[in-house]
Design a protein around this ligand. Structure first.
Ligand code: ZN
Length: 858
């Protein structure tokens, strides 16, 4: 990986030595398209006069370094990643003047040129350690300081940073200078700059504080100009204001960062980033085409997640990246919690159960899983830790903790934590200490079981019945895999559901709450009664565990019994259970498909429906025995055209089923319909074949060999000449089942450095297609042979996508596993983070093989 690594030991030593106090950062964005001026004046203390330390900086050139008035030779003190300083005094001022580089990969100061109008848009993204690409600094979270930014840029632009503007001065040469107020003490990774002629909507919001006073918070939302027609700023600001009200109510600590700007930015590598006062979001949350309410819910949840960070993460920050989970789990939990309490998405925990949690369960069953509290030795470890364990498992476990200590004790613990550690840094012990105070419980044992061990438990109902169907014995078995054998205490609910013979409706007969512990927990409440049609473990989704169903329960699901469950959360758990049984080869892929096709129409929760569509695609492509695939293909496509035709006009289900039909098209008759949809000869009342849907159709046709000359894709890109259109065109061209199309795509994303990450992702998503063995075969060698170079030469975000997305998954076989193992045993596999990605891709392939085996024998 390019750029200096920083180890935990180095960071600890530097924090012992150095106290960062103030940064004056001056940026000059008028120097051209590749570099900009960056001058950083750092005032800092040193606890050991005479000692040496270093300042982090990733920049192509350093012009000058001045320490305490003495000029140093940059050639001597700058090694490409660090500026070495020695002979420190108790109080020091260092001035480092550099030429820094714009980024094309979203790390540092990203520069985007809009193909629609040629406008330039800039924004920063730093976590965990890329602010050193903008200015020289001590890049570690526990060296907090006040930052004062001054930015010179084109006069017709606007510039934003974490703080409010102090002064705008007009230059003579078409450039203005924006000088911002100094920030509160914050960490380097959450400093931020956004610049360009953004379209901005400004407003303000007043929150009432507990002492009766009012706090006025200016709020705004911005996006690049060419997306302005699609920009629903009012909806975004409504959620933002609801969040500000809600968090003031429950956190009891006034918003500490003055203003709240939300910038929706292009080519963004992640969902969003919690820079205080200036949150950045992926502009894909601004919808050019019709999308379902699940997308709006997801966006609102992201807004709430980032806002929770203003307190948990920005005000109080982890000492080092080991405790990244502290802020991410909390924010992820709060994202859903705030939606249920402060917005119209009252059932946010349902989508959390099937979406966020599926991410956690998947990650936790990879061979590379780790405890929530991770051992992060250096920045490379830190970068890979932004995963399903840190976010979604952590949030699931906090949900279990809130059930365990009680919600009020949980929130009171958070309040004391903010009061006690405001503008400081913490570790896990600091949070546990306040939670122990407010709950009166010892959380050491809980923490050991849940935070310091890895792996997921499986819960299974075990019953015995007499000849009359009455239960004679019942219990819950808890198991774990041998690699991660910890059994845990679980607070759970058990829902007993049966069909009412009078009405034919499935009803909740009884719900039992209990603590499960150890390998078997008795369930005496069931004994002496008729066995319910479904015994649903973890009803209400209080704990984090997989559940299993009996063959009879699965039969009932296949006959429509899943959709008949009266409660959305109960259905979500049933969906989640059948998904895990399929992934674990405890149930065939064919059966999964049958259950989905039978029950999906009646599933009212649209986020669950869309999650099922994604799972169905994966099962069809990777978990079926190839001999069963043609029949499944036909069933899926027939069913989705029927569902589309039957869906209510203009409904979210209609949109979801339209994408299901498009993405599930495999038959000649399907492709004929897709062409008719494009041309307008076929239409469905209430369904607009808008830009996103058109691209989905074109990509599908291209993959089927029906756009080999790229006529459709090229023509569409001429109409939709936007960054989205260009990305879709590249994806459609990569999808074509031609050797030269694959060669072109490989050249574009693998052999060309510094491509935007969303382009790499889109192209690799279409590069391999189900069953296309001959086209994938030539890339096995180049993939493995090129891994070490990709890792050494590309940015981490580029490299991650290339390693995971380039793995030749259609060729999953014992031979491919052996080829992967051979690479893992080689010298090329030394970098731990690279190794981890390849191990994960290998595990996906091995899982697919087991699932196929199960499907073959079922
Ligand atoms: Zn976060």
């Amino acid at each position: 990986m390019t750029g200096g690594n920083l180890t935990r030991d180095e960071a600890e030593e530097r924090a012992r030595l150095v106290s960062a106090e103030h940064y004056a950062v001056e940026l000059d964005l008028t120097r051209g398209e590749t570099t900009f001026g960056s001058r950083s004046t750092i005032t800092f203390g040193c606890s050991e006069p005479g000692a040496a330390t270093f300042v982090d900086l990733l920049a192509p050139a350093v012009r000058s370094v001045t320490l305490n008035g003495e000029a140093l030779d940059p050639a001597e003190v700058f090694d490409g990643a660090r500026v070495h300083l020695s002979g420190l005094r108790t109080q020091n001022v260092v001035v480092i003047d550099a030429d820094a580089a714009y980024s094309r990969t979203g790390e540092g100061l990203h520069r985007f040129v809009d193909p629609v109008d040629g406008e330039v848009y800039l924004y920063t993204q730093f976590e965990p350690a890329d602010s050193r690409r903008l200015f020289a600094n001590f890049e570690q979270p526990d060296l907090k300081a006040r930052f004062q930014l001054t930015v010179t840029a084109l006069a017709r632009w606007r510039v934003w940073s974490n703080e409010t503007l102090e002064e705008l001065s007009q230059g003579a040469d078409g450039a203005n200078t924006w000088r911002f107020n100094a920030t509160e003490p914050i960490s380097t990774y959450i400093t931020a700059v956004v610049a360009g002629d953004y379209h901005v909507v400004e407003d303000e919001h007043t929150v009432r504080l507990p002492d009766g006073s009012d706090l006025l918070i200016p709020v705004s939302a911005m996006v690049r100009k060419s997306l302005a027609p699609y920009f629903d700023a009012a909806a975004i600001l409504e959620v933002t204001k609801a969040g500000l009200d809600f968090y003031h109510r429950i956190f009891d600590y006034p918003y500490p960062f003055g203003k709240y700007d939300s910038a929706f930015v292009p080519e963004y590598n992640l969902g969003a980033m919690e820079n205080p006062g200036l949150v950045t979001f992926n502009e894909r949350m601004i919808f050019r085409s019709k999308t379902t309410d699940a997308s709006y819910q997801n966006r609102a949840e992201t807004i709430m997640h980032e806002m929770a960070h203003m307190w948990f993460g920005d005000l109080v920050t982890m000492k080092w990246w080991d405790d990244l989970w502290l802020k991410e789990s909390f924010a992820d939990f709060m994202g859903a919690y705030a939606l249920t309490h402060a917005t119209r998405w009252e059932r946010a925990w349902v989508s959390f159960a099937t979406g966020r949690k599926a991410w956690a369960y998947r990650q936790d069953q990879l061979p590379t899983t780790h405890p929530i509290v991770a051992d992060i030795r250096d920045l490379e470890d830190a970068r890979l830790n932004f995963d399903g364990i840190t976010y979604a498992k952590g949030a699931s476990v906090l949900k279990q903790l809130a059930a365990y200590v009680g919600e009020e004790a949980f929130l009171e613990g958070a309040r004391r934590y903010f009061q006690r550690h405001a503008f400081g840094n913490t570790t896990l012990d600091d949070l546990l200490a306040t939670l122990e105070e407010t709950s009166g419980r010892d959380l050491k044992t809980w923490s050991k079981a849940w935070l310091e061990t890895a792996g997921v438990n499986t819960l299974t109902v075990e019953t015995e019945t007499g000849a009359d169907g009455v239960v004679t014995a019942a219990g819950i078995a808890q198991s774990a895999v041998p690699e991660f054998p910890t059994l845990r205490p679980h607070r759970i609910a058990v829902g007993c559901y049966s069909t009412n013979p009078a009405t034919g409706a499935v009803e909740l007969v009884e719900r039992i709450e209990l603590d499960v512990d150890g390998a078997r927990t008795e369930l005496p409440q069931l004994v002496g009664k008729p066995l319910p049609g479904l015994v649903l473990l973890n009803d209400l989704d209080l704990t984090y565990a997989k559940i299993r169903f009996t063959p009879a329960e699965l039969d009932a699901f296949e006959a429509g019994g899943l959709a008949a469950l009266p409660d959305a959360m109960a259905r979500a758990l049933a969906w989640s259970g059948v998904w895990h049984m399929t992934r674990d080869a405890a149930m065939s892929g064919r059966r999964f498909i049958a259950i989905v096709l039978r029950n999906i129409e009646a599933e009212s929760d649209i986020s669950v429906v869309q999650n099922l569509l994604r799972q169905l695609r994966l099962v069809r492509g990777e978990y079926l025995d190839p001999a069963h695939r043609p029949a499944a293909d036909a069933e899926i496509s027939t069913r989705f055209w029927d569902l589309l035709a039957a869906a209510a006009s203009g409904s979210d289900h209609q949109v979801a089923f339209a994408y299901g039909a498009v993405r599930g098209a495999t038959q000649d008759s399907d492709f004929a319909k897709l062409k008719e949809l494009l041309s307008g000869e076929l239409s469905f009342d209430g369904l607009t074949v808008d830009q996103d849907l058109r691209w989905a159709i074109i990509e599908t046709l291209a993959a089927a060999g029906l756009d080999d000359d790229s006529v459709l894709a090229d023509r569409e890109a001429a109409t939709d000449d936007t960054s989205d259109g260009r990305r879709h065109r590249a994806a459609a061209r990569a999808a074509r089942p031609l050797a030269e199309a694959k060669a072109e795509a490989w050249r574009l994303v693998v052999e060309t450095p510094d491509q935007p990450n969303d382009l790499i992702g889109a192209v690799l998503a279409e590069f391999y297609q189900v069953g296309a063995h001959e086209l994938a075969e030539p890339y096995v060698g180049p993939y493995f042979d090129g891994l070490a170079a990709v890792w050494a030469e590309r940015s981490i975000q580029n490299a991650e996508r290339l390693v995971s997305g380039g793995f030749p998954w259609p060729l999953a076989s014992p031979e491919l596993l052996a080829r992967t193992d051979e690479w893992l045993a080689s010298d090329a596999a030394k970098a731990p983070a690279l190794r981890r990605l390849v191990l994960e891709a290998r595990d996906d392939a091995a899982r697919a093989l087991r699932a196929r085996e199960c499907d073959r024998n079922a």
